[in-house]
Design a protein around this ligand. Structure first.
Ligand code: ATP
Ligand code: MG
Length: 489
């Protein structure tokens, strides 16, 4: 397939002259009369080399260059500069141009520069392929999935990781956005530098800003020492801003300033501080809607949305379920010291058909519970006990407002919640819990231990069955069949 070259110039005579020469070399030529038109062509065609004039009415060659490097990192860009304009040549190279040509264009130099750019591109791609082969062998360490949509996600990770482009990872809760952010950092040149994450939705404004930008001593009551924010801590590395859609308007302004100038001030300080941080943002929110409602700045939206990676929900890639299931069986049977070696086909079929509104996190939790409950060497349908099965219709999924997990009714026990917290590395102890909370946790754990056997649970806890039911009802842990059981008891 011939290489695709895009020539961008508002001077049509100059385009024609260059195109003619390059067409004779066997390349496939595209033309655009300005920056905006060039962006359209870039979006529609897989362009190998862009040759662009430096001065255009709608978008400067340097701005076009930046856009290309952010969005199509392997497309080569050659800038056309005025004759003898050393300054602009230097500027172009600094901004990441792969070559420059002086006007009027000399045919030989045009041919040679284009050829060099194409060679550089194919070297880059060989590198990507090489890395791809390595990754295929070793996988993206911990991201499981062979489906088409996941392969597309992997491809995007490989392309964008080595650049400094801001990445926006989008997808429902539990699809693996954090794993992907991690993979981007680990496959970047920054991998030996700090990687920091922060959840913008979890902190109120002052705290979020002091975490991000740091503060000077005395910036506010309680600020007894100077504190470095994440933008300084992550200097040279990567910062993941999770739930970026939750950031308030004032913080958005400051964040935009960092993105545009790589500069910020600590709270209570006035000295602008430079930083070199690669930003990855993640969200499961409807950012476009938030922009329309005025909740999210339009300029910030465009600034972070240059390289979006959409992670598909599990129900759109059910072919990944078996792989995930066997990986989780291995993981949890080791963790809980059970020797479960597999799952029977009927149970697998059942899992393949789940709604999985809580995506992979939910599947992981369900497998963990089943491993704990399992009676045999392989997981059986019965290990996903009947009350869990009712959870596989939308109406039965309850969403926990705290963790935003889709938790099947009947699985929403402290034992289960704790295990999901554990995976994030946090420990929950009983210190500081109310007696009521401790009681609730004890009941939840005992239920999990007895396979949801109420009678055994009541015996083990030394309380009456009626009391247990009353408590379960007050926690909202009873479903219909339980209540019927209760009546017949
Ligand atoms: N492809 C995958 N392979 C293996 N494990 C996965 C995969 N995707 C997600 N997980 C696991 O599922 C859980 C949820 O993933 P993660 O925290 O990355 O989701 P998220 O998209 O950030 O969710 P949220 O929006 O709720 O923060 C984690 O335990 C993660 O390890
Ligand atoms: Mg997350």
């Amino acid at each position: 397939m011939p290489s695709k070259i895009l020539v961008v110039d508002d001077d049509s005579a100059s385009i024609e002259a260059a195109s003619e020469v390059l067409e004779r070399e066997g390349y496939d030529l595209f033309a655009a009369s300005g920056g905006r038109e060039a962006l359209e062509t870039l979006a529609a065609e897989d362009i190998d080399v862009v040759i662009t004039d430096e001065k255009m009415p709608d978008l400067s060659g340097i701005d076009l260059l930046k856009h290309i490097k952010d969005n199509y990192p392997y497309t080569q860009v050659i800038i056309l500069t005025g004759y003898g304009s050393i300054d602009s040549a230097v500027q172009a190279t600094k901004a990441g141009a792969d070559g420059y040509l002086e006007k009027p264009i000399q045919i030989n130099i045009l041919r040679q520069t284009t050829k060099n750019a194409l060679e550089k591109r194919s070297l880059f791609l060989q590198n990507v392929n090489l890395r791809e082969q390595l990754d295929d062998k070793f996988g993206f360490a911990n991201i499981i999935g062979t489906s088409k949509p996941m392969q597309e996600v992997f491809r995007m990770i490989r392309l964008v990781a080595p650049t400094n482009a801001t990445v926006l990872i989008r997808g429902e809760s539990g699809v693996g956005k954090e794993l992907i952010a991690n993979a981007i950092h680990n496959h970047s040149r920054r991998k030996d530098k700090p990687y920091r994450t922060i959840n913008c939705g979890a902190l109120y404004r002052e705290l979020l800003e002091s975490e991000l930008f740091g503060h000077e001593r005395g910036a506010f009551t309680g600020a007894t020492t100077r504190k470095l924010g994440l933008f300084e801590q992550a200097n040279g590395g990567t910062l993941l801003l999770d739930e970026v859609g939750e950031m308030g308007p004032e913080t958005q302004v400051k964040f935009l300033r960092v993105l545009e100038g790589q500069e910020f001030t600590r709270l209570g300080g006035d000295k602008p501080i430079k930083t070199d941080v690669r930003i990855i943002a993640a969200t499961n929110a409807d950012l476009e809607g938030a922009v329309r409602n005025g909740k999210f700045r339009n300029d910030l939206y465009h600034r972070i949305n240059r390289f979006p990676i959409r992670v598909p929900p599990l129900r759109e890639r059910r072919e990944d379920i078996p792989l995930l299931v066997s990986a989780f069986i291995k993981e949890f049977s080791r963790e809980h010291e059970r020797s479960i070696s597999g799952i029977n086909p009927q149970a697998m079929e059942y899992l393949k058909n789940g709604a999985w509104d809580g995506n992979i996190r939910e599947l992981r939790n369900v497998i963990e519970t089943a491993i704990i409950l399992a009676q045999a060497e392989t997981l059986e349908l019965g290990d996903f006990s009947s009350e869990f099965q009712t959870s596989f219709t939308d109406s039965e999924i309850v969403s926990d407002p705290h963790t935003q997990m889709g938790i099947p009714v009947g699985l929403d026990t402290p034992a289960n919640q704790e295990s999901s917290v554990d995976t994030d590395g946090e420990q929950v102890g009983t210190v500081g819990m109310t007696m009521e909370e401790i009681e609730k946790e004890a009941i939840g754990k005992t239920l999990a231990e007895t396979g949801n056997n109420k009678k055994r649970t009541a015996e083990m806890l030394g309380i009456g069955l009626r009391t247990l039911y009353r408590k379960l009802e007050s926690y909202g842990w009873l479903n219909k069949s339980d209540q019927e059981d209760n009546l017949s008891d």
